[in-house]
Design a protein. Structure first.
Length: 130
């Protein structure tokens, strides 16, 4: 997968996530206080996704045939730990009035996870140069 194809898919994923956040947060009053949290979640996912792209390109082109699988497992484990901790920090730090913020949070998480699995699969199937 070339970087330009990755970037195009990332832009589409960002637009879908921002559109979903706008629709939820301004379409339903209960989600309105969580719009900035949704946007910050998107920003963190974008940064994490770009890092994952370069890590997996490096791992796919490694001499060690198991490095890509190890990297994929490390990335998914990291996501499973990092993003729930982000939600916990938000709960503890900002004390939201309701727990409804988890719906846009996990919808964004699911969208970006699907995107990351897709591009990691593409990279794993075709070893491309950086």
């Amino acid at each position: 997968m070339t970087f330009s194809r990755f970037a195009l898919q990332l832009v589409v994923t960002i637009l879908v996530s921002v559109g979903l956040s706008l629709a939820l947060c301004f379409g339903f009053e209960i989600f309105r206080p969580y719009f900035l949290f949704s946007l910050s979640t998107i920003v963190i996912h974008v940064m994490f996704g770009i890092a994952i792209y370069f890590w997996t390109i490096n791992a796919a082109n490694s001499d060690n045939p198991n490095r890509f699988v190890q990297m994929s497992l490390a990335v998914m484990t990291g996501k499973l730990l990092l993003f729930p901790m982000m939600a916990l920090v938000y709960i503890m730090g900002y004390e939201p009035p309701t727990q409804w913020f988890v719906i846009p949070f996990f919808l964004i998480y699911a969208i970006f996870t699907a995107f990351e699995v897709k591009f990691m699969s593409d990279i794993g199937n075709k070893k491309t140069p950086t």
